[in-house]
Design a binder for this molecule. Structure first.
Ligand SMILES: Nc1nc2c(ncn2[C@@H]2O[C@H](COP(=O)(O)OP(=O)(O)OP(=O)(O)O)[C@@H](O)[C@H]2O)c(=O)[nH]1
Ligand SMILES: [Mg+2]
Length: 213
């Protein structure tokens, strides 16, 4: 039987940025234009193969409305990763994202993997947040960053794959190459991930261990 590794992930960010839509796309491959704002939080799971293991995402989708802010610690506490979402068409939502990062750094778990998702990239003609700003900010805090569209199913799988890779980095299957700043993964893990999708998130994958290491 395959081993199951559980991975607690929480989603944080302003109301209306598309957190629930991202989760719904990832778990059910579905998009609902008339989705309601989340009350409190909602919980979903999805199990995906990774090398010779199964990874079970335990996903806590929090409510972005201010009145629910004080509940957030219950969900980010004990999380291996946080997906912090902003809406590329709303500069304010990018400010809110930075506030969440600050809160996570101050009160979140040590070593939590942070992934920034700039959602609604299907609306790039009315964008307010340049991709460059998000990339620079993500780099400054060591976070994964990707632009997503829950509506058009763009980069949703890649977002969660990126999280999965980052969280297994400490295992024997993967490690960082500090020289070329790339992730080195075993061919077994790469095969499990369908590595073609990975470079979009992480900037490239070496499929064999580099002699410079
Ligand atoms: N165009 C477009 N609209 C989206 C996308 N993702 C979500 N939406 C829409 O944005 C609105 C808000 O989406 P939600 O998923 O409810 O947002 P949320 O972040 O969960 O909001 P709260 O639960 O209040 O925190 C809905 O009308 C969605 O249909 C996207 O990728 N593109
Ligand atoms: Mg929601």
């Amino acid at each position: 039987m395959m081993a199951i590794r559980e991975l607690k992930v929480c989603l944080l960010g302003d109301t209306g940025v598309g957190k629930s839509s991202i989760v719904c796309r990832f778990v059910q491959d579905h998009f609902d234009h008339n989705i309601s704002p989340t009350i409190g939080a909602s919980f979903m799971t999805k199990t995906v193969p990774c090398g010779n293991e199964l990874h079970k995402f335990l996903i806590w989708d929090t409510a972005g409305q201010e009145r629910f802010h004080s509940l957030a610690p219950m969900y980010y506490r004990g999380s291996a990763a946080a997906v912090i979402v902003y809406d590329i068409t709303k500069q304010d939502s990018f400010h809110t994202l930075k506030k969440w990062v600050k809160e996570l750094k101050e009160h979140g778990p040590e070593n939590i993997v942070m992934a920034i998702a700039g959602n609604k990239c299907d609306l790039s003609d009315i964008r307010e947040v340049p991709m460059k700003d998000a990339k620079e900010y993500a780099e400054s805090i060591g976070a994964i960053v990707v632009e997503t569209s829950a509506k058009n199913a763009v980069n949703i799988e890649e977002l969660f794959q990126g999280i999965m890779i980052r969280t297994v980095c400490s295992s024997s299957l993967a490690s960082w190459c500090w020289l070329c700043r790339r992730l080195l993964v075993s061919s077994e893990l790469a095969a499990g991930l369908g590595h073609a999708a990975v470079p979009a998130v992480l900037g490239g994958v070496c499929l064999h261990r580099d002699s410079r290491l």
